[in-house]
Ligand binder design. Sequence first.
Ligand code: AMO
Length: 430
Amino acid sequence: MYMERVLTANAPSGEYVRVGGFVENLRNKRYMAFIVLRDMSGKLQLTVDKGAYPDVAAEVDKLTVESVVTAYGKVVDNPAVKMGGREMVVEKLVVESVAEAMPMMADSSIDARLDYRWIDLRTEKNKLMIKAQTEFVRSMRNYLLERDFVEIHTPKIIGAASESGADVFELTYFDRKAYLAQSPQFYKQMAMAAGLERIFEVGPVFRAEKSFTSRHATEFTCFDLEFSYIDSFEDVMHMEELLLQDALKNVAEKYGGEIERLFGLKTVVPTVPFPRIKLHDLYDELEKRYGYTVPEEEKIDLSTDAEKLSYKFAMEEYGHEFLFVTDFPKDKRAFYHMRKDGVPQGYDLIWRGTEITTGAQREHRYEQLRRQADEKGLGEDVKFYMEFFRYGCPPHGGFGLGVDRMTMLLLDIGIKEAEFIFRSPIRLNP
Ligand code: AMO
């Protein structure tokens, strides 16, 4: 008779069930065999009475660690069993796949583990990482859907570089050149010109950056949103702080305990509003408090060290893990940021000392935008984009949040471990 598989976490005591998973541990004794079975929900001990079930015993003899099995049997309480005080008395065992000796260990170097990422992802920690990320994104998506946002899917093969001419992957597109999208930026704004009013997208973005840091990847996932009829970039920051507060609340409720147990880290639900500071004032504070000095001409952008120190500052001054940094000089910001008295109306959001977001109110007035594009020497590249603003476009703004950055900071791991599959200038496999 057919029987549906149940997860080990949902295998009730006293019932005859079917489970399936990896053999995490195997003790094959003379009269008894014990298997620790691992699935996505947890672990269950499978106990085999070899005398009573010789067919099962024969199957157990074929097993190696990390092989995959399906088991049928009765789940019973047994206080002597460490894993939840339950075990399954196996009556039938199917060996689905026999594993060869493992090519790497949990404590191998990260690069060795990434070569066998599918094995590396079998650990409890990595599963939690994926689950926590899922909850984070689900929560943000939900928050927006409940507020009349629609989800869009923009092309990743594009005719002109989106963020800046540098750091773009070029590809052959039949008999001409195309590029991989560095951001859905232009299409998010096109959606505003289309009157969609409130949109978001969660998708891949590509950056041909030769960076080898713990926070740069050449392909990553960005959570982008854009919305219309805003009064200033303050509306954008406010949307983001509410969104993140809600997401972290949900992650903390669902996985806070597990994150603390496995990663030794508290998931803090941030208070709103998040603190805000102007870039120049931040540099002043870092100098005054920590003696951190940089030449005046370098205070036009956030250095990695300044980002890190800003975490210390935000905790000391506001008791907050997040910090909005505003008032960057126009030379360092994209041409599409709206300016007020020459100051770009945008921000970076720093969480635990690392940038996770850039956001801004956009320039939606054609003439003004034209001037700003010309000033940066952007001609042909933005020609199609400029058209979006010629036939009516509401005031709007938005931001892009790096999902991998967010996961990495949530768990205090490197970006190599936070991506499902990491891509760098020297890694294209698996
Ligand atoms: P920006 O270029 O700042 O802004 O990118 C948005 C966010 O993406 C993440 N990020 C990265 N993550 C991993 N590896 C990288 N190499 C990498 N580069 C960036 C960061 C960053 O904050 N169009 C604008 C957004 C907007 O204004 O809406 C943009 O792309 O978390």
